[in-house]
Ligand binder design. Structure first.
Ligand code: F6P
Length: 321
């Protein structure tokens, strides 16, 4: 059994990271292990910025967005020397295993630490992007999707009042999951994602005919940031259609807020399972949810394979628009 472990949050924060941290800390202590919290992700690990946590260190955080441990994107950790320093800091304190809560970049860092320095790591998928291979859910994705839906509902009111085209840009540099899921559940006419090509001339022609035939009072387009800028798309569409168009960029509002029930429950279960696994000797896996069940995915697979958007959702979003 591993007697001392550490936990960190890394990369872009996501709602539910605190619930996961809370589960890790309380499970470890109940299981007889000591647990250190590392501040500011890999940067804190390289700088030896950590403290021993107790059950009370995680009181009153299950409902809070952000992360009490802080997070960062560390340049130093990107180098082999930085990773050697990070591993050394763990060894000096007798820390035998590490839980990393973060997105694809953070889990890639965990994999390098395991590979080069033989550190025992278990990952938890913490990102609003929901783009980790081998699982259909990541911590924070549900809260972010609900925040976007709230914005879509409001945009629909004003777009309809003015007969305008509304273009909403949501997060997702490399993944269109947020755009797809919110565009579909928000009833968007078009969803633009980095995974799929689109033709703005074709879209403009379709919108023009919808307006001419009086089929639509307004049109809603949801675009993932990786598929183009809402502002530029808005300017081009207004130019091509002659229809008044307004663009909105939701930005970091999507990353904040109190986690939904789903994010709290799943973050708690995943945190518990990952910790039980780590203290009992498991490593090099990521715990996630697939088809409603907790699964563990090989860490190497999780960071090297590319998750695809569900083709059935893509089809349905088009069919029902
Ligand atoms: O990976 C999470 C994410 O929110 C992406 O959707 C987005 O592109 C990126 O982080 C933004 O990063 P930053 O907070 O560094 O601007």
């Amino acid at each position: 059994m591993r007697k001392t472990i550490a936990v960190m949050t890394s990369g872009g924060d996501s709602p539910g990271m605190n619930a996961a941290t809370r589960a890790v800390v309380r499970t470890a202590i109940s299981g007889g292990a000591r647990v250190f919290g590392i501040y500011n992700g890999y940067q804190g690990l390289v700088e030896n910025d950590m403290f021993e946590m107790n059950k009370r260190s995680v009181s009153d955080i299950i409902q809070r967005g952000g992360t009490i441990l802080g997070t960062a994107r560390s340049q130093e950790f990107m180098t082999p020397e930085g990773r050697a320093k990070a591993a050394e800091n763990l060894r000096e304190r007798g820390i035998e295993g590490l839980i990393v809560i973060g997105g694809d970049g953070s889990l890639r860092g965990a994999q390098q630490l395991a590979d080069e320095q033989n550190v025992a790591v278990v990952g938890l998928p913490g990102t609003i992007d929901n783009d980790i291979w081998g699982m259909d859910y990541t911590i924070g994705s549900d809260t972010a999707a609900n925040t976007i839906i709230d914005a879509i509902n409001k945009l629909r009111d004003t777009a309809s009042a003015h007969r305008r085209i509304a273009v909403l840009e949501v997060m997702g540099r490399h993944s269109g999951w947020l755009a797809l899921i919110t565009g579909m559940s928000g009833g968007a006419e078009y969803i633009l994602v980095p995974e799929e090509l689109y033709d703005l001339n074709e879209i403009a022609a379709e919108i023009r005919s919808m307006y001419e035939e009086n089929q639509k009072r307004y049109v809603l387009i949801v675009v993932a940031e990786g598929a183009g800028s809402a502002i530029e798309i808005g300017i081009r569409l207004e130019d091509k259609t002659g229809i008044e168009t307004r663009a909105s960029v939701l930005g970091h509002i999507q990353r904040g807020g109190s986690p939904t029930v789903m994010d709290r429950v799943r973050a708690s279960s995943l945190g518990e399972q990952a910790t039980l696994a780590l203290i009992s000797g498991v490593s090099n896996v990521v715990y996630g949810v697939q088809h409603g069940r907790i699964v563990n995915v090989n860490l190497y697979d999780a960071v090297t394979k590319k998750k695809q958007l569900d083709p059935e959702y893509i089809r349905m979003a088009k069919a029902l628009a």
